[in-house]
Design a protein around this ligand. Structure first.
Ligand code: ZN
Ligand code: MN
Length: 496
């Protein structure tokens, strides 16, 4: 009895993905009022008549939010419109006190732009950006047992929505796109990149079509998939479901689906709304948003260097390996710390190695902030002591731990050189003393010395170890090697 293999009969399908990202602008206050945007505050403690939607209140745009939104455009090559306009997006939901969201519709802040996504088999793909617009966030509904509560702390928080074109072809490409976009926004100081706290959120539009078909298939929107891992899984599984439905002769519905992480499946939430459903109209309480040349020039001039540019510079002009450059640009504050120490004179390669091996484990980051165990200046001084031979590399690591306990939290100051001296850390470089020590070690290990001379060259490490031990790790390793070689080899030729 033959078993039909479905795969042979199956037509190949293309997966089509477009992403919509909501990124919170890293401002201190909300988009249209002066309430703070602090995450995790007790419910409804950052609310005022404006963001609570009281009648008669008027929104006042936050200039810093506009500045960051413009920066977001600049970092992904989106062209900033001279004039854009706020619109009301009407819908009814308890977490939206005004009954509408102030967003932008037909005249967004920016159009165009792209993210360059590396492909699995090498090469890259240009994933185009359709538009970037500003909008306010809604509040949050909290469900407790049979009761539903509303927390308006988040209502009115400034966001940019970055709408990508359907240029991505898999869950993996979508996850790459998001990583790169998040990195760009974080390095630009626009967004804190915090997926867990919801300041970087993603919806994915997923459809499939028979390969070669021009017309896009029915689109399903996957809502709020909040980790890079789940984005990849959710899109892959949703695309497979759609193919399954089509192959079974079924029809797909345009709908919004959620991701069930536990069962690794997507589930229907509601039919997809269309733009008409929202009855957009221009916001009568706000003037058009005009970005003049001076504002744009200022935003351009103050745009921090991106991580890709930093990586290129670290490898090309500072001599770091691509891996080291990658590690040091994982967070803007880590890169800034590294660059500060370089500017103070630290050797970039030695510094890069030391940061990776010792310092990074002690760094804590939260959003755009980071705490370092010791100041960059102290690290730079410490490494200069290693470099000029005052202390050994091993002593450098010990000294780092000492400095760390003394500055506690990275803010205090400490005289690194004085500390090394007070701890008796000094590399044994004095020629006479070091030679005397080496000779003593060789003389005391007569058996190993004779074995070495008879050809057991592997014993060399033993002598180095003995010298290090006798000097409590202070012997200069390079000179120790040279002197030991001299003693052992010379004696082998001349002495009885
Ligand atoms: Zn407010
Ligand atoms: Mn939106």
């Amino acid at each position: 009895m033959g078993v039909a293999t479905i795969d042979e009969e199956r037509r190949p399908y293309d997966v089509v993905v477009g992403l919509e990202v909501h990124a919170q602008l890293a401002t201190r206050t909300k988009l249209f009022c002066s309430c703070e945007t602090t995450f995790g505050a007790p419910p409804n403690t950052h609310v005022c008549p404006v963001c609570a939607g009281h009648p008669g209140t008027l929104p006042v745009p936050n200039a810093e939010a506009v500045r960051l939104a413009v920066r977001a455009c600049l970092t992904v090559g989106t062209e900033v419109s001279k004039t854009s306009r706020f619109s009301r997006k009407n819908y009814f939901y308890p977490d939206l006190p005004k009954g509408y969201q102030i967003s932008q519709f037909d005249e967004p802040l920016g159009k165009g732009g792209a993210i360059v996504v590396p492909l699995e088999g090498g090469g890259t793909k240009v994933a185009r950006i359709e538009r970037i617009h500003m909008e306010e966030d809604a509040g949050k509904n909290v469900h407790e047992g049979r009761e539903s509560l509303v927390d308006l702390n988040r209502a009115g928080t400034p966001l940019v929505e970055i709408v990508g074109r359907p240029d991505l072809s898999s869950g993996r490409e979508a996850a790459e796109y998001l990583r790169i976009l998040r990195d760009a926004l974080v390095f630009a100081g626009v967004n804190d990149g915090n997926l867990e706290e919801g300041s970087f959120r993603c919806d994915a539009n997923v459809s499939v079509k028979p390969r070669g078909e021009e017309k896009l298939g029915t689109r399903v929107e996957l809502k709020n998939i909040n980790s890079f891992k789940f984005v990849e899984r959710a899109i892959t599984i949703e695309a497979a479901r759609q193919i399954e439905v089509l192959e079974g002769g079924g029809r797909l519905v345009a709908e919004t689906r959620g991701w069930d992480e536990k069962n690794e499946t997507t589930f229907s939430m509601r039919e997809k709304e269309t733009a008409q459903d929202y009855r957009y109209f221009p916001e009568p309480d706000l003037l058009p948003l005009v970005i003049d040349e001076a504002f744009l020039a200022e935003a351009r001039a103050s745009l921090p260097e991106g991580s890709a540019s930093k990586r290129a510079r670290y490898t090309e002009s500072l001599g770091l390996t691509p891996y080291a450059a990658e590690v040091l640009t994982q967070h803007p504050k880590v890169a800034a710390y590294f660059e500060e120490a370089v500017a103070l004179g630290a050797d970039p390669v030695a510094l890069g190695n030391f940061v990776q091996a010792e310092v990074l484990a002690d760094v804590t980051t939260h959003g755009l902030d980071a705490t370092f165990p010791i100041p960059a200046r102290a690290l730079s001084e410490l490494l200069s002591l290693v470099k000029d031979g005052t202390i050994s590399g091993k002593q450098g690591k010990e000294l780092y731990r000492e400095v760390k306990t003394r500055v506690g939290g990275g803010e205090g100051s400490v005289d690194v050189r004085a500390l090394a001296e007070s701890l008796g850390m000094r590399q044994l470089t004095d020629e006479t003393a070091l030679r005397a020590l080496c000779e003593k070690v060789v003389a005391e290990a007569a058996k190993q010395r004779d074995d070495y001379r008879r050809g057991k060259k592997g014993l060399f490490g033993f002598f180095v170890g003995q010298v290090m031990k006798a000097s409590q790790g202070k012997a200069n390793p390079k000179r120790t090697n040279e002197i030991l070689t001299e003693i052992l080899e010379a004696s082998a030729e001349g002495a009885p």
